[in-house]
Write a protein that binds this ligand. Structure first.
Ligand code: UDP
Length: 328
């Protein structure tokens, strides 16, 4: 039975990847330090014979016994609020964590797929963003810790590919949503849905003219799975090109949830990109992939998930308290 290591397994994308690889008949080792991940996302897997969980921080030496076919590196804080709270860990997991996992892949002769991000394009001056665009990143802004860690991650991954002949894949993941997003991670969809559920007004940052393009998680996982199974080593954008302004999006959510709250406006966070839409020509051509789930369908599924959260989970509105131990 083939073994796969998935880091960030208790997170949003990591947990969906664990499900997919279990369904594909793999033995799955999920790894997470549980700083931003939540065991609730993978609780259902613990009873399975072919799922193991390692509570481990990948910024320190990673040991996995036996053979490994694939490694998928999805461990990282991934929301602006997290970067502000744990900036150094964000840098470390993208840089040192990636280095450790590349070393492990080399040792095991495993194929490794790295979760990169549209944040490598920063506040893009080219629209839509194709993989050939080099980006417009402010190295020293609060978001810089994530953007630069991910840019370094791509760089060291290509260096291992070129220098050591390592079998590598790089997915540039654009905004993705769906069940198991963390309610209070500050991202726009859980923020709006949590507000709708608590009967609060929806907070649009800036004037809401900034755009994003949201990909449903099932489409994202399919794209990642196909990329892993391809023989393509350069970065590939995986996302949904359906672009919408945040203001229109808030209106859409109000209609979907049937709540009669208003939209209120708050200051735009520093270096919040003004526009973002993936050019997915490369994914179409190389992976024969494109997103299938319409926003309305995906958002309905996501809303149904958030509605299952307990009152206690909903009211826990403060962001997760990162302990001192976790701040290193
Ligand atoms: N946003 C907003 N209200 C919120 C949370 C986010 O208007 O309560 C905006 C945010 O400023 C950004 C967009 O929604 O322009 C998407 O934010 P998110 O953090 O989800 O993703 P990212 O900025 O990383 O694409």
């Amino acid at each position: 039975m083939k073994k796969v290591l998935i880091t960030g397994a208790a997170g949003f994308l990591g947990s969906h990847l664990c499900d997919r690889f279990i369904a594909e008949g793999f033995h799955v080792i999920g790894m997470d330090n549980l700083i931003t991940g939540d065991l609730k996302n993978i609780e259902h897997l613990f009873k399975l014979e072919h799922f193991e969980f390692y509570h481990h921080d990948v910024t320190t030496f990673v040991h996995v016994p036996g053979e490994l076919e694939y490694i998928l590196h999805f461990a990282s804080p991934a929301s602006p609020i997290d970067y502000l709270k744990i900036p150094i860990q964000t840098l470390k997991v993208g840089a040192l964590g990636t280095h450790n996992l590349l070393g492990l892949a080399k040792e095991k002769k495993a194929r490794i797929l790295i979760a990169s991000t549209s944040e490598v394009y920063g506040d893009p001056l080219v629209h839509p963003q194709s993989e050939d665009y080099y980006g417009n990143v402010n190295t020293i802004s609060p978001r810089g810790v994530y953007d630069e860690a991910k840019r370094f991650q791509e760089s060291i991954t290509m260096a291992y590919h070129r220098f050591h002949g390592l079998d590598t894949r790089i997915a540039r993941i654009f905004n993705t949503y769906g069940p198991r997003m963390r309610l209070n991670d500050g991202r726009v969809i859980p923020a709006f849905m949590g507000q709708a559920l608590r009967g609060e007004d929806l907070t649009v940052f800036g004037d809401g003219s900034q755009t994003r393009s949201f990909c449903y998680v099932d489409d994202q996982i399919e794209g990642i799975y196909r990329l892993l199974n391809s023989d393509y080593n350069l970065p590939v954008n995986i996302g949904n090109p359906g672009e919408i302004s945040i203001k229109e999006f808030a209106e859409e959510i109000l209609r979907l949830t049937g709540t009669d709250q208003k939209i209120i406006y708050k200051p735009l966070p520093e270096d919040d990109p003004m526009q973002r839409r993936p050019d997915i020509s490369r994914a179409r051509e190389i992976l024969g992939w494109e997103p299938k789930v319409k926003r309305n369908e995906g958002m309905t599924k996501t809303w149904n998930y958030f509605k299952t959260l307990t009152k206690e989970e909903l009211e826990k509105n403060e962001h997760r308290d990162f302990t001192k131990r976790n701040r290193k």
